[in-house]
Design a protein around this ligand. Structure first.
Ligand code: NAP
Length: 301
């Protein structure tokens, strides 16, 4: 019997530490054809190198790309720009799908994108906040920083899903479990005031609300599952934007029931599990799944 080809679109690769990159690898290991996206030309050389060295490694180890998984392609997409998303979904992705997998469907979308203007993530020294109160950073957020953060970190999930909808599979019966999925990366700062997380906290709350809203709309109409994975602290480029991140990471590990943080591979494997819908995950939608060593379940004292 011919193996079912599955395709995933993973948005938000900046470098080899990106949770998007780990998610792509995890999906490749599950046999997916994977298209990763990066924001702009600045990251193209890095992403190109990563893809080429991954492919070389597969060939060297005798796996062959096909055996380990499917193809791995990379495309640009700036989610703050409708035209960029439109070009991705109406020109670039269809071309890759047609040339490489002869399919017109996307089985999984992974949204691994967040951005806040750097000044809104810094210790405030502006006159709008009291400099003796270093934690009063959300109150100093400008209207435009709030809008940008929510636009890139939350609205982008709606925009990507909206444009990808024609490629997401449509179920034919309510018992059909071969459905497609959308999975977003989030953080506990959505429901708790996390130190130095500032405007990103409300943006993640918004993102999680979007996940629930999309799940409720797209389940009945398209059989599409929509979930979020809430990761504990992982050293990445985005994490570097959070002040005192090393301390946050260490304190999280000390207080987590497992006395450690989740590693990026573990986060990515849960992303892939939810995406694939195997072993019971086909009934999970509208949920935020925590992969954080249990930190979110306890009161740290
Ligand atoms: P990362 O490697 O820096 O990934 C963030 C990605 O968002 C980057 O590729 C970044 O591209 C991209 N991005 C920002 N603005 C964009 C835009 N306008 N269009 C397209 N892409 C854009 O960091 P990461 O930690 O893996 O972050 C991935 C996701 O995981 C984020 O949603 C983050 O909030 C979430 N998360 C991270 C942690 C953690 O501790 N690392 C914990 C929980 C959740 P540029 O670099 O080009 O801006």
């Amino acid at each position: 019997m011919e193996k079912i080809r599955r395709t995933a679109l993973v948005a938000g690769v900046a470098n080899g530490r990106s949770l998007a990159w780990f998610s792509a690898i995890s999906l490749l290991k599950k046999g997916y054809d994977v298209i990763i996206t990066y924001q702009n030309d600045r990251f193209e050389p890095t992403v190109k190198k990563m893809v080429e060295s991954y492919q070389k490694e597969q060939i060297k180890s005798g796996n062959g790309i096909r055996k380990c998984g499917g193809f791995l392609k990379y495309l640009p997409c700036d989610v703050s720009c409708d035209n960029s998303i439109r070009t991705l979904m109406t020109e670039d992705v269809p071309k890759v799908l047609h040339e490489s997998s002869k399919t017109e469907r996307i089985d999984a979308i992974v949204h691994s994108i967040a951005h806040a203007p750097p000044e809104s993530m810094k210790q405030s020294s502006s006159s709008t906040t009291n400099t003796n109160e270093p934690s009063l950073q959300l109150v100093g957020t400008s209207r435009s920083a709030f809008q940008t953060t929510h636009d890139v970190s939350s609205y982008s999930l709606i925009a990507l899903t909206q444009h990808a909808l024609p490629y997401l599979t449509t179920v034919t019966t309510t018992t059909d479990t071969d459905t497609s999925s959308v999975t977003a990366l989030t953080y506990l700062g959505s429901t708790r005031a996390a130190p130095h997380y500032n405007v990103m906290g409300p943006a993640k709350a918004s993102l999680e609300a979007v996940v629930r809203g999309l799940a409720s709309e797209l389940g009945p109409a398209h059989g599409v599952r929509v979930n979020a994975v809430s990761a504990g602290p992982v050293n990445t480029l985005a994490a570097r934007g959070v002040q005192d991140f090393t301390n946050l990471k260490q304190r999280t590990a000390e207080n987590a029931p497992l006395r450690r943080n989740a590693n990026p591979e573990e986060v990515a494997d849960v992303v892939a599990y939810l995406s694939h819908g195997e072993e019971g995950a086909g009934a999970i939608t509208g949920q935020v799944v925590y992969v954080d060593g249990g930190f979110s379940s306890v009161v740290a004292v």
